[in-house]
Ligand binder design. Structure first.
Ligand code: PLP
Length: 396
């Protein structure tokens, strides 16, 4: 069936939650995707920063097939082994001492918000329930997460919203210090704003937030759903900033495309959850945990992160050349393989022309072309993309 035929069928039966790009993907391999007409694309979206090891990764496919033939799901009423091994690996590699597995980013952030509230309730401080987040942030689409999100467009029409969320500008420590009061439980932020425009923290901002949280007895929640798992050239973005949170959320890249999220926390914060206080049927099933273990073992191979930093640095340098050469480009943003090119006009036209030429990219905040390719992309592939992008920018 043709692309048009599939699109007509989709429009009749799917809810209209997405203005989908008119392409039907049928197959992937590494950094490549093929559509229903057999056309090949270099994928710089990776399922929105998800398929970090590329499509149809052979090791992940084998782990999933083996595990599917063994045990897929029994619920969290019982112990299963892949989840235990994965949690051990995660806590070995960061500040955290305990992990709760779930199914998505929003569900992980819901868990983190609930954990922060319960932490203060258990200390006899129920008045401390507010979470301060950043303007421009994105934390997901459940009612609590869209209220936490610092962008009005995701909230419209869903009122009344849950209470208990305040917002301050990103990179503005003094406003944060003014907002944080006796009703505040936690500060929650992305180390690099993703959907909000690939915005980096100013040097010292995250350290300042950590210090403020320590001085006022607040929990620091880092949403590393997009930045974590190697995306910025470090296993977790905060590790390059010299700080540690009390709670961190992960999802996206955890299982290379199988739905999985996680809340990681220190023992002290995690103690607020006890049997019955939080749960999820599917969280950490043997199937997704087996995939995630395989992903993790690849990410932590010696040299893998060096490779991400090297290719990411090269990509950024090439984008900076474009910025110098083309007046339509106003700024290059990002770190590692989480990069953005800010244009002086809506970026949708450039995105569609790139697709016609066989390159998939995505647009955020209207004017920003965002590049979050699989972490296995090579310098040559980056160069072929930058060449095409330069030609397209020259014609804008
Ligand atoms: N947090 C951040 C930083 C994200 O980028 C996203 C998704 O884009 C989410 C949370 C929500 O994740 P999910 O769509 O898996 O619920």
């Amino acid at each position: 069936m043709s692309t048009k035929g599939w699109m007509e069928r989709a429009e009749k039966v799917l809810m209209k939650t997405y203005a989908r790009t008119p392409v039907v993907f049928e197959r992937g391999e590494g950094v490549w995707l093929w559509d229903a007409e057999g056309k090949r694309y270099l994928d710089l979206v990776a399922g929105i920063a998800v398929c970090n090891l590329g499509h149809a990764n052979p090791a992940v496919a084998r782990a999933v097939a083996d595990q599917a033939a063994r045990l897929v799901h029994v619920s969290n009423l019982y112990y299963t082994t892949p989840m235990i091994e994965l949690a051990e690996e995660l806590v070995k590699a960061c500040f955290a001492e305990r992990v709760f597995f779930c199914n998505s980013g929003a569900e992980a952030n819901e868990g983190a918000i609930k954990l922060a509230r319960k932490y203060f309730k258990d200390q006899g401080r129920p008045e401390r329930f507010k979470i301060i987040t950043m303007l421009g942030s994105f934390h997901g689409r459940t009612l609590a997460c869209l209220t936490a999100t610092g962008q009005d467009k995701v909230k419209k029409g869903f009122e009344p919203l849950p209470e208990g969320f305040d917002h301050v500008p990103f990179n503005d420590l003094s406003t944060l210090a003014l907002k944080a009061d006796e009703s505040t439980a936690a500060v929650m932020l992305e180390p690099v704003l993703g959907e909000g425009g690939v915005a980096l923290p100013q040097p010292g901002f995250l350290k300042g937030v950590r210090q403020l949280c320590d001085e006022r007895g607040l929990l620091l929640i880092l949403d590393e759903i997009q930045t974590g798992l190697g995306r910025t050239g470090h296993l977790f973005a905060h590790q390059a900033e010299g700080i540690e949170p009390d709670i961190m959320t992960l999802a996206k890249g955890l299982a290379n495309g199988l739905p999985m999220g996680a809340v990681l926390a220190t023992d002290k914060a995690a103690a607020a959850f006890s049997p019955g206080s939080h749960a999820t049927t599917f969280g950490g099933t043997p199937l997704v945990a087996a995939a995630a273990l395989t992903v993790w073992r690849t990410l932590t191979k010696p040299g893998f992160m060096d490779g991400v930093r090297e290719v990411g640095g090269h990509f950024r340098a090439r984008l900076e050349e474009l910025c110098r050469r083309h007046p339509v480009v106003t700024e290059v943003r990002g770190r590692g393989l989480m990069l953005g090119l800010v244009l002086d006009r809506p970026a949708a036209g450039a995105m569609h022309t790139l697709r016609e030429r066989g390159f998939m990219v995505n647009v955020t905040q209207d004017k920003i072309l965002r590049f979050v390719p699989p972490l296995i992309i090579t310098r040559d592939q980056v160069d072929s993309f930058v060449q095409a992008l330069g030609e397209i920018l020259a014609d804008l």
